[in-house]
Design a protein around this ligand. Structure first.
Ligand SMILES: Nc1ncnc2c1ncn2[C@@H]1O[C@H](COP(=O)(O)OP(=O)(O)OP(=O)(O)O)[C@@H](O)[C@H]1O
Length: 616
């Protein structure tokens, strides 16, 4: 059977995680993610306002502390008129500011959290909606782990940005600007002296920050690779056990983890260096400023360079604030860059072309009801992921409504591909397929697929009850319809043998059903769907003869009055079909009824028949 599901192994991780330089273009591209914030702009603006207020109240504090020192130093006359002239008075005022600051911070977190939670929910929903409507080739080119990490880690990264990083970034910038303004006002001489030590510090911090970002990206990449190992092995746990490769997988995962730790330690080394650099530079800078400022305090009051003690205290505090925000900005820069990368990867998926499904039906038109005449004409096909291999060559055949056709032939001949093409999952490389005289491409995709039912080789049941799984065929069906479908699919008996009947949970949290039972549920699903065209992929795994009989009679029931294409593995089951197409190497090599083909001496079908007869 062609692998039409998610590509979970085999291919290399597609170039993941583009490294995003903070350029004008990348910034503009990344900013498009903000359209998800737009619906929540009012709480966002409220959050920004509160952020501004809390920054202002923080910036007022050093000034007030300076006033306290001056009052304690009997220099109350230097204070502006609105400031109380006693130590207790200023302390009370300061306390009031602190309370306000607490209130503002609470409000800021409240609003920003709302914005980030809601917009991240919207991103996840939109992304998921996009993912499920993307065409199959998209999934064949990527690993499941890679796609799910878009929904998990990339979105989480953006959530961090919306809720924390952005606010923090703005706060740091505000602190920096307001801090510089305050100190300039206090003493431009001392400020110039202080700022002279700043540019090299800022430059070094940026350089440092850049190498840290690269390293932490490596850590993330390594971690993502180890996660892919976990996902693959858990998905294919049966194969892992069958090949007794537990130890191999454990050591593969262990090696991956070691690489992650190595990368993380290397990056932490740089981060440590960065932090200690900032500490030394800031403290060194502060002491230098303190020394210089103290010499101004010593000067007589008449000297224009004179500073009061309180001014020096607030100056030093502002200097600390400025130093801290410069240090913080380096880190913010890295975080913003990584979330730009994340948002780019998300936007990349959102920009992919969806299949045109669930389009609104033009007003006044009835749902498409196909009769089931099928015509393949010179169909040629190559899978988009393997453009150099022509899988189908010049396939032409026709089926009249209600006829049953079986495809037989060796493994890899192209049988599943022929069937897949009818669902318009892929674009043809040549030729055409028509249903009821309409080109496939002219039919509405959702309507087309609603008219086709499939019973795959391996039935995938979704976690949930048996009822939900049958209802997947037609969600609005009544209880009576579900029971009727289960009966006609020979499934009712075993369903009723479970204490909880149709409510029995299947899949991960519920009971495991046998292959034959799962198939009969798939048949019940298809009966409920009541499609004009039926695609059946016979299970290759042999069922016991009792189960096989039940499945076969359910299939016969299902096929009544429908155009049916059967991919047959056991020739005994297809004697009654109207036409058999023998496929080999992507071509139809023989066609006719069982009687026509069985008697030919050199025919492939006749040979296959003899082979199966000998084997059984
Ligand atoms: N999704 C895919 N992408 C690329 N190549 C594919 C894909 N699915 C199938 N093929 C290739 O197309 C060819 C035909 O495969 P197909 O599954 O149609 O054969 P089949 O006759 O149904 O085989 P089987 O009886 O084993 O199910 C094979 O060479 C296969 O490797």
């Amino acid at each position: 059977m062609a692998r039409s599901g998610l590509n979970s192994s085999g291919t290399d991780v597609v170039a993941d995680a583009p490294k995003t330089k903070l350029t004008k273009e990348s910034f503009q591209r990344g900013l498009r993610i903000f359209r998800f914030v737009l619906p929540y702009r009012w709480p966002f603006i409220a959050g920004l306002g509160l952020l501004l207020l809390s920054s202002v109240s923080t910036m007022v504090m050093p000034k007030m502390l300076g006033y306290i020192v001056n009052v304690a130093n009997h220099q109350a006359s230097t204070l502006p008129a609105f400031v109380p002239k006693t130590v207790t008075g200023i302390a009370l005022l300061l306390f009031g500011v602190v309370l306000l600051q607490g209130l503002f911070s609470f409000g800021r977190i409240f609003f920003f959290s709302r914005v980030s939670e809601f917009s991240v929910r919207d991103i996840r929903r939109t992304l998921y909606q996009k993912l499920v409507t993307l065409p199959i080739p998209f999934f064949e080119q990527r690993r499941v782990g890679e796609i799910t990490s878009r929904l998990t880690s990339d979105v989480a990264n953006i959530q961090d940005t919306f809720s924390l990083t952005l606010a923090e970034f703005l706060r740091q910038i505000l602190t920096l600007l307001a801090g510089v303004a305050f100190i300039m006002w206090e003493s431009w001489r001392l400020s110039l002296f202080m700022l002279a030590t700043f540019p090299p510090l800022v430059l070094l911090a940026f350089l440092f920050g850049r190498s840290i970002r690269k390293l932490s990206k490596q850590t993330q990449d390594e971690l993502a690779k180890t996660n892919v190992i976990v996902e693959e092995t858990l998905q294919g746990i049966n194969s892992v056990k069958a090949f007794t490769s537990e130890q191999h997988e454990v050591s593969r995962y262990g090696a991956g983890l070691n690489r992650t730790v190595k990368a993380a330690l290397k990056s932490s080394l740089f981060r440590g260096g960065f932090v200690s650099f900032i500490i030394v530079a800031i403290f060194g800078g502060i002491f230098l400023v303190l020394w210089r400022g103290a010499t101004y305090v010593e000067l007589p009051a008449a000297d224009p360079r004179h500073l009061s003690m309180g001014d020096l205290v607030s100056f030093i505090l502002y200097t600390m604030f400025i130093g801290a925000s410069v240090g913080g900005l380096g880190e913010m820069y890295g975080k913003i860059q990584s979330s730009l990368g994340a948002s780019e990867r998300i936007l990349e998926i959102l920009d992919e072309q969806s299949e045109p499904v669930h389009l609104p039906r033009p007003a006044g038109t009835a749902p498409l009801k196909l009769r089931g005449d099928i015509e393949y004409e010179h169909v040629e096909f190559r899978y988009p992921t393997r453009p150099d291999l022509t899988v189908l060559k010049d396939i032409s055949f026709s089926i009249r409504a209600g006829e049953k056709v079986a495809l037989v032939g060796p493994s890899g001949a192209g049988k599943s591909t022929i069937v897949q093409l009818l669902m318009h999952v892929y674009q043809l490389s040549g030729g055409s397929i028509r249903i009821d005289g309409h080109e496939l491409s002219a039919l509405d995709l959702t309507e087309l697929r609603r008219n086709i039912g499939i019973v795959p080789q391996e039935t995938l049941l979704f976690g949930g009850s048996i009822r939900e799984n049958i209802l997947y065929g037609r969600p609005d069906a009544t209880e009576a319809d579900v029971i009727d479908a289960a009966r006609r699919a020979n499934a009712l008996q075993f369903i009723q043998s479970f204490p909880e009947g149709l409510d029995t949970l299947v899949g991960e949290r519920g009971i495991k059903l046998s292959g034959g039972q799962r198939q009969r549920i798939a048949i019940a699903r298809a009966i409920l769907k009541n499609p004009a065209i039926l695609l059946l992929d016979e299970a290759t795994s042999a069922l016991d003869s009792e189960s096989e009989k039940l499945v076969q009679s359910a299939m016969d029931e299902l096929m009544q009055n429908r155009t049916s294409i059967i991919i047959a593995h056991r020739l005994s089951t297809i004697r009654k079909v109207d036409k058999i197409l023998v496929i080999d190497g992507g071509r139809i090599v023989e066609q006719g009824s069982h009687e026509d083909l069985a008697d030919s001496t050199n025919g492939i079908y006749a040979n296959l028949l003899r082979l199966q007869f000998e084997l059984s």
